[in-house]
Design a protein around this ligand. Sequence first.
Ligand SMILES: *[C@@H]1O[C@H](CO)[C@@H](O)[C@H](O)[C@H]1NC(C)=O
Ligand SMILES: *[C@@H]1O[C@H](CO)[C@@H](O)[C@H](O)[C@H]1NC(C)=O
Ligand SMILES: *[C@@H]1O[C@H](CO)[C@@H](O)[C@H](O)[C@H]1NC(C)=O
Ligand SMILES: *[C@@H]1O[C@H](CO)[C@@H](O)[C@H](O)[C@H]1NC(C)=O
Ligand SMILES: *[C@@H]1O[C@H](CO)[C@@H](O)[C@H](O)[C@H]1NC(C)=O
Length: 626
Amino acid sequence: MDPRYVALLVAGLHLLTCKTWALVKVSMEDRVEVFLNNQASIPCVYSMNEKAMIITWSKKLPSREGSKVLFMIESERWEIDDKDYTGRISYTHSYNSTQSLGSIVLTIDKVQLSDESEIICKVKDNTLAEEDEGHTQLQVFNPPSIPAILGTDKGISVDEDKLSMVADCKVDNVYPRPNITWYRGTFPLQSSRDVKIMDRVTKNPSGLFTVYSDLHLKVVREDEHAEFYCEVNYFTPGEKRMMESNKINITVFYPTTEVTMWANPAEKLLKEGDTLEIGCTGNGNPQPIFTFYKNENEVSTENELLVLKEVKRSDSGTYVCQILDFETYRQFEDSIDIMIHYLDEIVVTPEKRVLDQGEDLTLTCNALASLSTQTEWYKDGVHVSEGHVLKLHNASSITEGTYLCKVTVISLPELQKQTSLHINVRANPKIIEEIVVSPRNKGDHSVNLTCFAQGYPKPNITWNLNDLKTGEPLTESSVEYHEKGVGVLSIISVKADSEFTANCTAFNELGITSASRDVTTFDRGPTTTTATHTKATGITVPPKKHQQGGSGVVIAVVIICLLLLAILGSFLYFLYKKGRLPCGRSGKQDFTKDNANKDETGMKSGKSEEAVLLQGVNGDKKSPTE
Ligand SMILES: *[C@@H]1O[C@H](CO)[C@@H](O)[C@H](O)[C@H]1NC(C)=O
Ligand SMILES: *[C@@H]1O[C@H](CO)[C@@H](O)[C@H](O)[C@H]1NC(C)=O
Ligand SMILES: *[C@@H]1O[C@H](CO)[C@@H](O)[C@H](O)[C@H]1NC(C)=O
Ligand SMILES: *[C@@H]1O[C@H](CO)[C@@H](O)[C@H](O)[C@H]1NC(C)=O
Ligand SMILES: *[C@@H]1O[C@H](CO)[C@@H](O)[C@H](O)[C@H]1NC(C)=O
């Protein structure tokens, strides 16, 4: 059993015990609360000595003038008087004779807003002598939609004299009428001098409410970051509830009272060629229009930003940005000092690049810079010294080379310049290799001769070609001339039908040198001899031991001759041993004696056997002298 009914029954019992003088007593709840379209149950408890025969349900009219009968129960028969309730109304009726308590519960389905009223239950005793009635307030509820907030899309100035509408809030289809509360951050707003909340309520044909609430404010700067929202408070059966809208921000306009100038990049040292942005930021909203000045001259900007591409040292200076507040005619400005660092092209002094042997030279490498620099010298890619002065002592061929001077700004290493220079040292011509002869061309019988000479200034090379036998001069058919490193290479092509002498002469202003070579054997590759001649230059090209082929042939011929003689000697000795050759012992003695004599004359005892045999043969020939 519903606890509400129990409570009513207890109340009924109380009536019974305390007020026994009454024949009928009715007891009802003060109020019954129900959601729209739900079912409402309204109990009515009475105390009477028998089950009631006539019960009338009626509802109080809103006009407070009387009431309207809903329906009547007469001896179990019942009849609906109000057509609005046809099909929606039912009841239960029970009676407990031991307690003399009756209970009627009226049920209304699909409760409408129009059902909301004071419901009266009237019970008559069966003699119709007495009656009593109870009242219950039926209350209907419908929860609202989620509150919809809409902020203004316009910015609001803090200088606005009047209050400005900031946002509106709307809740739909609610019953009964709810309350809307506005919040700024976590604080509820109440109407005051700076806040005005204007609510508007409309009633739908169905009887539900739509509530609008407009928030008007005197906007302050802090509102820029504040979150605004509205909250709806509404009743439901048994409790009060609330819902919140989304949170919104508003745009607040306020004047600029301070400007800050900035540069990007900010921290880095700037160098020529960099790109620099200079801008200005005001503390107001919206950003004001800035005017930029450089060294007191106005400069035009694009999009309120000064963009300097490929900056130059002339871009250094003081930049100012300024605004003028047209309402107050107050002026605000800020400034920034910009320094563009630079490193100029390197200058190496003196201009002198050619030295005499033994000469000294002090090279100075300078570059103008806005910051302190560091100078390094490299020779042929190898670091040789630091500092802007490079001293060259006692120039010689090792002094020659390519020198590089590199200047770096210490605090801004990207700022670096370098220059290179070549130092030459005057030198007599020198023929570095002997004349090289190529194999003879089988077709036109030509050979190529190559001569390589060094010296500074670069020597010129001339050739003299003379037939070995006739001494007639030959002419070269083509001359090629290559500058190769510190030297020159001369290649000539010569028609070589006979042996000839080639003479290569290299000369420059300091001297002359030459090399010559006999070009002789063509079929088995070139066989030549070389002689060098130096004339007043003090430079000699040492003859190269290149004649292995020629001397080898001579040695071979000598060895073959010696072998032939040895075989002949052996043969003669054999004949002598066999006695076929008439020869006395003296011959043999002479041989040994002769041999001994040779030793005494300082001949080497290791003399070859062939030599001994030869001697023997000679001795044999000498034999008639004995
Ligand atoms: C709305 O405000 C009024 C007055 O402050 C108050 O009596 C009522 O209970 C409130 N209603 C709700 C739903 O909070
Ligand atoms: C200069 O160099 C030459 C050889 O290159 C050497 O003989 C001479 O002594 C050097 N002179 C000095 C002053 O060092
Ligand atoms: C000589 O040199 C020329 C050009 O370098 C080349 O064409 C020719 O074949 C050479 N002759 C011989 C015999 O090597
Ligand atoms: C050396 O040769 C160059 C070009 O081959 C020529 O101009 C110059 O006159 C020559 N010098 C001498 C001293 O012959
Ligand atoms: C090469 O020829 C030059 C000039 O004709 C001469 O002075 C020199 O002695 C010759 N050199 C040799 C090694 O024959």
